[in-house]
Write a protein that binds this ligand. Structure first.
Ligand SMILES: [Zn+2]
Length: 344
């Protein structure tokens, strides 16, 4: 689509979503308009140096293409795991084991000679939904991403809330049931153990073991087909066992979000990630639980005070692109910050 953007396109940035399997890259202008999106077939398993080289080559080609029509402000990279924001390093990541203790940000900045911001993937998704998605009208929001695990992100005054060391927003490790299922973090009964895709499949196996659903049992015979999505489809068809699993998801979310409402009284809580497509199956139990667990929610529920003044809990709008847009937003925000500081 060369030539479709005029010379006054202005500043743009590049967002990168470095997932467990795919590397996705998007060039986005400062108004949030997508210029171009690339999905590289890069196998993340081929290791750090290979992935960094592929990423830098793709970014260079985008930069060459849009050279002359705008300025590349910087690059935001969303990565699953704990990030040391100050050092620009991955501290711990489920997918990128050979990335830890390596100065990723500095290496990419050196290769591309532009600003690079490394960010947690759920924080990036929160920023994407705040910028262009379900929370675009709000200054403050919390985001839950229900995927393989449960991620979270907090935006206050339009900026990500990082906490003291950059580790804030781990909403998936809110404790729901103190004696519940063991969590990878070492705790028991975290939200992630009841509201992730992994948890849906586990709870289905538990229901089968209790003899609750012959349909679930039949589904489980094909391990490839036995996914959160197919369990949701079974719930849609009215299977009581499958419906019960998503009621558990809703109750756990209701307890977790209820605690957040009590702590922060935010105007909006956005739920994204793959499991959020099962909204119809878990949302009724979630809303019921929130009213029970949080008097603040019950006093500010939209059905009581109206949508405009109410506490909104809603589905994300950007799907799997939230993190990509959010990552692209980060260097643009930094740019605005510098401009603001320069003006003072
Ligand atoms: Zn945990």
């Amino acid at each position: 689509m060369e030539g479709s953007y005029t010379a006054d396109m202005g500043d743009y940035s590049i967002g990168v979503d470095l997932g467990g399997t795919n590397l996705r890259i998007a060039a986005v202008d400062s108004d949030g308009k997508l210029l171009e999106k690339l999905t590289l077939g890069t196998e993340v398993s081929r290791g750090r140096d290979f992935v960094i080289t592929e990423m830098c080559n793709a970014i260079q080609s985008l930069r060459a293409k849009y050279h002359g029509s705008g300025e590349l402000v910087g690059i935001g990279i969303g990565v699953a795991g704990f990030i040391d924001m100050a050092a620009g390093m991955v501290m711990e990541s489920p997918n990128l084991r050979d990335w830890t203790s390596f100065p990723v940000r500095d290496e990419i900045e050196k290769r591309l000679a532009t600003k690079v911001i490394l960010e947690n993937d759920a924080n990036s998704a929160a920023m994407g939904e705040k910028w262009l998605g379900a929370a675009r009208e709000y200054d403050h929001m919390a985001m839950y991403t229900l995927g393989t695990g449960v991620g979270g992100g907090l935006v206050f005054n339009g900026r990500l809330w990082h906490g003291m060391t950059g580790m804030a927003g781990e909403l998936g490790h809110f404790n729901i049931y103190p004696d519940g299922h063991p969590c990878g973090c070492g705790n028991h009964g975290c939200l992630e153990q009841y509201a992730s895709a992994t948890a849906v499949v586990r709870m289905a196996r538990e229901a089968i073991a209790r003899g609750e659903s012959a349909e679930l049992e039949r589904l489980s015979h094909d391990p490839v087909q036995f996914t959160a999505r197919s369990i949701y489809n079974l719930a849609l068809q009215g299977d009581a066992g499958a419906k019960g699993i998503f009621e558990n998801v809703g109750r756990a979310l209701g307890i977790g979000i209820g605690a957040m409402v009590n702590a922060l009284n935010l105007p909006i809580y956005v739920i994204g990630g793959g499991v959020s497509s099962a909204w119809d199956a878990f949302a009724p139990a979630m809303f019921e639980e929130m009213k029970f667990r949080s008097s603040i929610y019950s006093l500010t529920a939209p059905d009581r005070v109206g949508h405009a003044k109410g506490t909104i809990v809603t589905r994300a709008l950007l799907g799997s692109d939230a993190g990509l847009y959010g990552a692209a937003r980060l260097p643009l925000l930094e740019g605005f910050l510098q401009t603001e500081t320069a003006r003072q």
